[in-house]
Design a protein around this ligand. Structure first.
Ligand code: UT7
Length: 339
């Protein structure tokens, strides 16, 4: 028994920020951002949009794609929740008209979609749920310092979702074995210091002093992260392939987390995967953390590049550090373009 993908959906906020827009306020250029990251533009929340509202939109599209009226559980992977408490998933379930089903959030930064797929598959495998709506949703640009040229160009907002149902291994859409891993020794390479219980983001009341403004925002040590990303994604992808009966030559599409085009290409090179089998949309969306992999799947499926029956290798890496991979044969489902 396993979880089978029966629907997919994505949503991007309407506001586009180009590299030229950024270079008006930051000491950067379109050329630097494009050549170092592959990003040309990204979508950014505005007008009251947040992780919750993006999740509702993507979730509604995934439910429509699956032809599902209801599900037994809603899981949202996010590292930019609407509020520290409560989880956003119950409100998303309510706003989608899904009633009082099980609903919770999961935090695993850019590998959130892989961890979430494994969690949703676990809910199904344990008999807790027959169907799950799983959404990766992020308004992470709200947590990035707009004055920091090292991080501001990299991230974008968006949401991607899948509907999963109970099924059998070997069916199209069945999620394969998983490989998941973490290295907390390197947690500080990508972190937001304040806002949690260790260091609240405001004065915190009498006697707590003032938190430096920089601690409210993401801090990233890009170079070591880059090296880790290439290494961990390559190892994780190899580990998951080893647990299936697939060789690299069997993979029709490598759908890897879009952190940096150079990372995606370096992993593909390590795996000996030709460029034409590597899915890419970072140029239009940037790094959308847990929404990255489902938005990429939705894009390729919606324009017919990802076809039913094709073999897909999913792989992600992010803060934590954390990483994960799985495989599936793409099912015959409808995907709407996000634009
Ligand atoms: O989502 C998963 C987790 N995230 C990642 O995996 C991110 C991994 N890291 C990366 O993708 C890359 O390290 C970055 C895109 C973040 C940075 O690229 P890089 O090629 O590693 O550049 P760098 O940080 O080594 O900086 C090179 C130069 C520096 O100048 P100097 O010291 O050589 O004079 C930076 O100050 O580029 C400078 N720089 C910039 N210049 C123009 C850094 N950011 C910018 C910028 N515009 N936006």
């Amino acid at each position: 028994m396993t979880a089978v993908v029966t629907g997919i959906g994505g949503f991007l906020p309407p506001r586009t920020v180009t590299n030229d827009d950024l270079s008006r306020t930051l000491d950067t250029t379109d050329e630097w951002i494009r050549t170092r990251t592959g990003i040309r533009e990204r979508r950014v929340v505005s007008d009251g949009l947040s992780t919750g509202t993006l999740a509702v939109e993507a979730g509604a599209r995934a439910l429509r794609s699956a032809g599902a009226q209801g599900v037994d559980a809603v899981v949202v992977a996010t590292t930019s929740p609407d509020r520290l408490c409560p989880a956003v998933a119950p409100e998303v379930a309510f706003r989608l008209g899904l009633g009082t089903v099980a609903a919770f959030d999961l935090t695993s930064a850019c590998s959130g979609f892989l961890y979430g797929l494994a969690t949703a598959a676990g809910l199904i495998g344990s008999g807790t749920a027959d169907t799950v709506l799983f959404i990766g949703s992020e308004a992470f640009t709200t947590l990035v310092d707009p004055r920091d040229r090292a991080t501001a160009p990299i991230f974008g907002d968006g949401a991607g979702a899948v509907v999963l149902r109970r099924g059998e291994m070997g069916e199209p859409g069945a999620l394969g074995p998983f490989d998941l891993g973490s290295d907390g020794a390197l947690a500080d390479l990508l972190a937001i210091p304040a806002g949690g219980s260790r260091q609240r983001s405001s004065d915190g009341g009498p006697g707590h002093g003032t938190v430096p403004e920089a601690d409210w925002y993401l801090r990233m040590d890009g170079r070591p992260l880059y090296t880790q990303a290439v290494e961990r994604m390559t190892q994780s992808a190899q580990a998951v392939l080893k647990r299936t009966d697939w060789s690299v030559a069997d993979v029709d599409w490598f759908v890897g987390h879009q952190a940096n085009i150079r990372i995606v290409r370096a992993v593909a090179e390590e795996l000996a995967l030709p460029e034409e089998r590597v899915a890419v949309n970072i140029d239009r969306v940037g790094n959308t953390l847990s929404a990255s992999v489902p938005l990429l799947l939705n894009d390729y499926a919606a324009r017919g590049d990802l076809k039913p029956g094709q073999r897909v290798l999913l792989c992600a890496f992010g803060a934590g550090l954390s990483w994960g991979s799985t495989v599936l044969v793409w099912p015959d489902i409808h995907a709407e373009p996000v634009e």
